[in-house]
Design a binder for this molecule. Sequence first.
Ligand SMILES: Cc1cc2nc3c(=O)[nH]c(=O)nc-3n(C[C@H](O)[C@H](O)[C@H](O)COP(=O)(O)OP(=O)(O)OC[C@H]3O[C@@H](n4cnc5c(N)ncnc54)[C@H](O)[C@@H]3O)c2cc1C
Length: 409
Amino acid sequence: MERTHSDILVAGGGIAGMIATACFAAAGFETTCIEPQAQAPDEGAADADLRSTAFLEPAIALLKAAGVWERLSPHATDLRIMRLADAGGETNEMREVADFDASTLGQARFGVNLPNVQIRKVLLEHLDTLPGATLLTGRKVVRATARTREMILTLDDGTQHATPLAVAADGRNSFLRQNAGIKARRWDYGQQALVFAVSHPVPHDNVSTEIHRTGGPFTLVPLPDRGGVPHSAVVWMETGPKAAALAALPAEDFNRAATERSCGILGPLELATGRGRWPISSLIAERLDGPRVALVAEAAHVMPPIGAQGLNTSLGDLSDLLGLVAAARDAGQDHGAHQILARYSKGRHGETLARVLGVDALNRAAMAESQGLRDLRRAGLKLLYGLRPLREGAMRAGLGAGRLPDPGA
Ligand SMILES: Cc1cc2nc3c(=O)[nH]c(=O)nc-3n(C[C@H](O)[C@H](O)[C@H](O)COP(=O)(O)OP(=O)(O)OC[C@H]3O[C@@H](n4cnc5c(N)ncnc54)[C@H](O)[C@@H]3O)c2cc1C
């Protein structure tokens, strides 16, 4: 059977897979991305991805290198302050508030927020015109055979594609990860995230607010105004049955419940989109490499949506992998060789594990039900905020340790 050849094959054209394809193609690799979904649904569609993604500054640098930032930036809202609040007292009121202000690190912003529907649309347009990038939609990988010098991927349409390096961006149930026999530890929290956008009378002022109370955090992330009215994206984490009950409420009752849960900080909230629901779990793969395959993004790690760590960690994977693979090529070496991929896994696994465990701890603290644990959470927030080195360390760690230029350097 005839086979096509690419320098790199990316399995999975979610946001991470499409950004990976753009990065490798922009670096001069002939890159083919395979994605089962035929097209990206619009915001009004029943299966639309209503989430938004906060891209932190190091991730923006990668988007610039991939040549896609110019197309994305018109849809972006700056995030200037990350506000953490504890509302774990007897009443639904904020009893401890800590502002993490980008200006204290000498930065104008932490990052930007973009609606996922818009990100997918822009990435599809970008890949369509990017030399060296090919996107095959409506097809999935059903077989992967690693040979000494190449990986052969067979798709469900029967076609075969060969490459020195397959990048697994095929999500949390990654076929390529399982096919390579790479074990992964996965655990659930019995939580779900309700995601939707709201309008509100009080301007968000480019402040992202995460309010912790039993059940999980409630996060408001700034979106662009629509028709002169302020809007925000919301991620509301709750236990599964409570999330299901909230999703089934009539819009008016839901607006009231969301306003109360937000402690009323932006005034009355009003639904501007439908309500999506995402199960919350964590996953960490035991390693990030296999024969002729590198795991990135949710194929390698999954974490609850707290502190915008998920996709930002994924783009950290991509940045490291791209650096190693391009350096190998420039040195005339086989860019999918075992030693290159082993170096990627060794260099990256520790950071991804630390982030999965760190976010796990934050989520467990946010879920706390007993008053004693809630008071401990409040005390922790107070301590973190009160000590400047600790606060600035936390901000740098959240942005991706070592990836942000030190304004004092
Ligand atoms: C509620 C919520 C809010 C979030 N907010 C943020 C945030 O603000 N900032 C942040 O950094 N992260 C955030 N995240 C995390 C972020 O959304 C995820 O990390 C990201 O969407 C996952 O991207 P992915 O491309 O790895 O996986 P997916 O989006 O799952 O993509 C995997 C793709 O692989 C395809 N696929 C599956 N099987 C195959 C196969 N056999 N062959 C080929 N393709 C295949 C699928 O069709 C899919 O398109 C959030 C997550 C949630 C749940």
